[in-house]
Write a protein that binds this ligand. Structure first.
Ligand code: AGP
Length: 631
């Protein structure tokens, strides 16, 4: 949600900033802007453009701004419409301070009112604009103490200002009077510093850094740093200087390559056989003596023994993965499990119960609601003396170096590699796999499934990579054809039951977010309680009909839709009953537990092709951003 990038060093800032912003555009694309300390004029040169980064690049194509220190921003609008005046960087009245910010300053209105009373004129509707004005005011105060105009003074000024800010932020600040310095700070929004050759580059996410260096220093929450070409000083909230060793980026954190695919989303759908292989390699170990497979999660699983219930906290697609996980944990492993929207949980958590495992699921590891909900759960459990109430936590994430990775020590890294498409596909698949691992682990420890049942499920997981490859092969062309017939529809209903109900929800979410077609998912048995009123020949119904105990009922529910003239698409193996579908997207016959991992593939492809056929920006759908780091 907004991407920021900042550089200082000996190389020209402009190409570095543009390159960084290109890698961060997935975080927001309402506007983009840069500010550079112009070394010839000793002043700030600022350029902004409404809309995508390509507009800014166009404006700058003949520019050659001299200067090696700069900041850049790609925006996802929160306060203030996606208009030019609200694009970052924001500059103070004297034109000497420039700020880019990702987050929400909750008390900006109070601060703005005070500044306006002092005669400050605002040029935007953003919350961010208070920051450069406040920093300038602070620098004016500090100048009375005869402090020098340098980076250290800017650091003091920024520190004093952020102590008055409420909410979350990651920000980068330039001051024309300290032309080689850059001050960056973060609270509940990510910021990473890369140590390049001849430059330091600070950004919201690793891809913006990876072109320059694979050596990074992640900043901790509430830290502030001064960067100059000579070095970095990091301070914590108590103004204590922090020293830590740099870490290396993994290769998977660096690769952002569309290869020959038209969109990242399609490439990421095609990555899924490899996602399955990665997960199997990372987390499935064979005991060579006994020939038995074991799930090998990288933490001490002893605490599993005491767990009596599970709560899972997530948003969006991650919540749908959590719902499949909840089904597995209850029905396969026998542990009562509840799934919560993070945004609801943080304000109305359930009463505390003992011996509870809390699982946070977030591919980005930065989703503000999920982070806040997990943080709240840690705090409220830690405040109770009874040890049965202590926090037991697992985080399932694709970014173990993210905020959630730093909050929770038991991490299941889904190892899906960078996902660029805003619509989550391979990370959903990898999150599902993580839950299969947990369910197997719990079933073993609690003895809720026989050894045979467990090894059957593991065998099915091992078979996945070629099955997914076949499904991709089989459905890419056919869903493209189907998309041709359906690209103009207005509403689609997705039905599923049991373990496939969340897959119906995920199918509907995928279609909505990239094609802007209204879609809703329902448990098939619920149709007759209301949604059936929506049906007529203009509303196709996509029914997930995996063989299971309630297969006949799913088929009857589909019949009910057909009787209302809906065009029926089935996601199912070809078998008795499936002849009622007007169109069958065939999936291989499988063990019911494993079916979500197969059923999701044609649904992802269908959504992709419908959106592509409509000529939409599949990878960067309107109004969305890849990681939602604001509440
Ligand atoms: C997925 O297609 C969506 N773009 C969105 O729902 C996403 O899953 C949600 O914002 C949660 O993100 P997270 O997994 O990074 O926490």
């Amino acid at each position: 949600m907004c991407g920021i990038v900042a550089v200082t060093g000996y190389k020209k800032a402009l190409p570095l900033l543009i390159n960084g912003l290109e890698k961060l555009e997935y975080r927001g694309y309402d506007s983009a802007g840069i500010a550079i300390i112009n070394s010839e004029k000793n002043s700030i040169s600022c350029n902004k453009a409404e809309g995508k980064l390509k507009n800014l690049k166009n404006n700058l194509k003949d520019e050659n701004i001299p200067g090696t220190v700069g900041i850049g921003h790609t925006r996802w609008a929160t306060h203030g419409k996606p208009e030019f005046k609200n694009a970052h960087p924001h500059i103070d009245g004297s034109g000497t301070i420039a700020v880019v910010q990702n987050g929400i300053i909750e008390n900006f209105q109070d601060l703005k009112n005070k500044l306006e009373k002092e005669g400050i004129i605002f040029n935007s509707d953003t919350d961010t604009e208070v920051i450069p004005h406040l920093i300038k005011r602070e620098l004016n105060t500090l100048s009375k103490l005869n402090l020098e105009n340098n980076g250290s003074t800017l650091l003091v000024a920024v520190r004093n200002v952020i102590s008055d800010l409420e909410g979350s932020y990651a920000l980068a600040v330039l001051w024309a009077d300290a032309p080689t310095s850059l001050v960056v700070a973060r609270r509940q929004a990510p910021l990473i510093i890369g140590l390049g050759e001849g430059e330091f580059i600070c950004a919201s996410d690793t891809p913006a850094i990876a072109n320059f260096t694979n050596i990074i220093l992640p900043m901790e929450d509430e830290e502030i740093a001064l960067l100059t070409p000579l070095g970095i000083e990091i301070y914590d909230i108590n103004n204590e200087r922090q020293y830590r060793n740099p870490v290396s980026l993994k290769v998977s954190e660096q690769i952002m390559d569309k290869m020959n695919f038209k969109h990242y989303m399609l490439k990421e759908i095609y990555d899924q056989p490899q996602t399955a292989k990665n997960w199997l390699e990372n987390y499935l170990n064979q005991d060579l003596e006994k020939g038995k497979y074991q799930i090998n999660y990288p933490f001490d699983t002893k605490f599993f023994e005491s767990i009596e219930r599970i709560e899972i906290i997530a948003c969006g697609t991650s919540k749908h993965a959590a719902m499949v996980g909840s089904f597995l944990l209850e029905q396969f492993s026998g542990i009562p499990t509840n799934v919560f929207y993070a945004s609801e949980f943080r304000y109305s958590p359930p009463p505390l119960l003992p011996n509870t495992l809390t699982i946070g699921v977030t591919q980005s590891g930065e989703t503000a609601d999920t982070i806040a909900a997990i943080d709240m759960e840690i705090k409220r459990r830690s405040s109770i003396e009874d040890k049965n109430f202590k926090p037991n936590l697992i985080a399932i994430t694709n970014r173990k170096e993210s905020s959630i990775g730093r909050m929770v020590s038991n991490i299941i890294d889904i190892c899906a590699g960078i996902e660029v498409g805003v619509a989550a596909t391979k990370t959903f698949f990898a999150q599902l796999l993580s839950f299969y691992g947990l369910a197997i682990k719990f079933a073993e420890i609690k003895g809720t499934q026989s050894i045979d049942e467990i090894s059957n499920l593991i065998t099915e997981l091992i078979k996945l990579p070629p099955l997914i490859e076949d499904l991709l092969e089989q459905h890419n062309k056919s869903s493209e054809k189907l998309a041709h017939d359906f690209f103009n529809i207005k509403d689609v209903i997705f039905l599923g039951r049991g373990i496939n109900y969340p897959i119906a929800l995920e199918g509907a979410l995928k279609l909505k977010e990239i094609s802007y077609i209204h879609a809703a998912g329902y448990p098939a048995g619920e149709m007759k309680h209301g949604p059936i009123a929506l049906l007529d020949k203009k509303v196709p119904v996509i029914s997930i009909a995996s063989p299971c105990e309630v297969f006949d009922k799913v088929i009857s529910n589909a019949q009910e839709a057909k009787a209302r003239d809906s065009y029926l698409i089935g996601i199912a193996p070809e078998c008795n009953g499936t002849e009622i579908f007007d169109y069958l997207m065939k999936v291989p016959s499988s063990n019911e537990w494993i079916s979500p991992l197969l059923n999701i593939i044609p649904l992802q492809l269908l959504s992709y092709h419908i959106a592509a056929h409509r000529g939409l920006d599949v990878d960067q759908p309107r109004n969305l951003a890849k990681s939602v780091t604001v509440e």
